[in-house]
Ligand binder design. Structure first.
Ligand code: DNO
Length: 399
């Protein structure tokens, strides 16, 4: 498993000198200042790659090459954006960067209601509270046509009645915080405009548009010897009436079948998918592992087994995802790849979000991307990997 670290580029408050001291080999980054739909130039990519190399690490994964809303909706400039996406792939291939993560979530990327929720230890975590989210939708965004089950509406109405203005304001900021690394944050009016633009986009339509997108880009990636990997919806269920199509194992199986090329693959994000009790992460790794090109290791504690459920991001080993079983399944997949002579047997992974603790700066850094908290997560994953590898080597030697 190739240890990697997400770095948000030259503006990241956690610089490459600090990242290097974590001991990771790979850097996961993007040209965050380029807007979705724009083409990435080879010169700029090479400069970024060389800057990382000068710190003794390798730019191994792009996260993300953004897919524009026009491509997702097949509206406006989508054909030009598609050509630009293909051109960016060629430029990345020229610069030797093999793996490209993207997502197909409409409007909002990841969504949380709290960015600094205090846990028992006083370290803070990100949290998604379903009732708070419904308060946002019904009473702050005031989305026309929003409906929920009566008991959910009742709980949200009661919560909103007791909600102080400061919390309402914070809730709006947290939900529309925008993409990590994005230049501009959205306003409520922007969200309403985006939602209106998705009015006619059903789940079936979004799925079909995604298949069309993959038909255009996966063969290009395949020819270039690259690997594309789709990040799941976070959280993995529909929000604000928007369709979401990458939330379950069945979604992934369908997407892989839609364009059956090795280059068309998966970002297995254990924290995003783990927010649904019906997603079996180790099982998904065993069944779909051959097409998993990138892994995010993170854990969540769910409030209950319903979908949607409230959850918070927990320590990497302490949530509801069986992290040891998942890592065992990843190591098995790597062994299978080595036996088959595949060149990609060392799958890149990164500790995804971490808690904010021990001086981590929650105000200036990207929410979730703490230095100490992520490093603790990485260290825990290293321990699991080392223990499993040592134990297995001993078992093999004794038989
Ligand atoms: C959140 C991240 C996501 C992810 C994108 C990938 O912290 O996991 O924003 O980078 O969805 O396209």
């Amino acid at each position: 498993m190739q240890e990697s670290w997400r770095w948000f580029g030259p503006g990241d408050v956690i610089g490459l000198d600090a990242v290097r001291q974590t001991g990771v080999a790979g850097i996961v980054t993007a040209l965050h200042h380029r807007a979705p739909g724009e083409v990435w130039g080879a010169d700029e990519i090479a400069a970024r790659r060389d800057r990382i190399a000068a710190h003794g690490m390798v730019w191994n994964v792009v996260e993300s090459l953004p897919v524009s809303e026009d491509i997702k909706r097949q509206s406006g400039d989508w054909r030009a954006h598609l050509r630009n996406w293909q051109a960016s792939l060629r430029a990345l291939a020229d610069c030797g960067i093999p793996t490209v993560c993207y997502n197909f979530m409409p409007v909002l990327d990841w969504t949380r209601t709290d960015l600094a929720w205090p846990t028992a230890s006083t370290a803070t975590a990100m949290r998604f509270d379903w009732i708070d989210f419904v308060v946002f939708d019904l009473f702050l965004l005031c989305r026309p046509g929003a409906t929920y089950d009566p008991e959910v509406t009742e709980a949200a109405t009661a919560r909103f009645a007791a909600m102080p203005d400061a919390r309402c304001k914070a809730l709006i900021e947290n939900v529309v915080h925008g993409l990590p690394g994005a230049a501009a944050e959205m306003t409520l009016a922007d969200v309403r405009d985006h939602l209106a633009a998705y009015d006619q986009i059903t789940e079936a339509r979004l799925r079909a548009n995604m298949a069309d997108f993959l038909q255009e880009v996966a063969p290009v990636a395949q020819d270039l010897g690259m690997r594309l990997c789709c990040h799941p919806d976070d959280p993995p269920f529909g929000l604000m009436g928007l369709p979401r199509v990458m939330s379950t194992e069945a979604d992934y199986a369908g997407m892989l079948a839609a364009v059956d090329l090795p280059a068309n693959g998966i970002t297995l994000c254990s924290g995003s998918l783990g927010a649904r009790a019906d997603n079996d992460l180790p099982g998904m790794m065993r069944r779909l592992g051959g097409r998993v090109h990138f892994i995010h290791l993170r854990n969540v504690a769910r409030q209950d087994d319903r979908v949607p459920a409230s959850f918070h991001e927990s320590g990497h080993l302490s949530g509801d995802v069986d992290m040891v079983a998942l890592i065992a399944a990843i190591l098995d997949e790597e062994a299978r790849r080595r036996a088959a002579g595949r060149p990609d047997s060392d799958i890149p992974f990164r500790p995804d979000h971490g808690l904010n603790m021990a001086g981590d700066d929650t105000t200036r850094g990207q929410p979730g991307y703490s230095l100490v908290g992520r490093h603790v997560g990485l260290a825990e994953m290293r321990g699991v990997i080392a223990a499993l590898n040592t134990y297995r080597a001993r078992e093999a030697a004794s038989t």
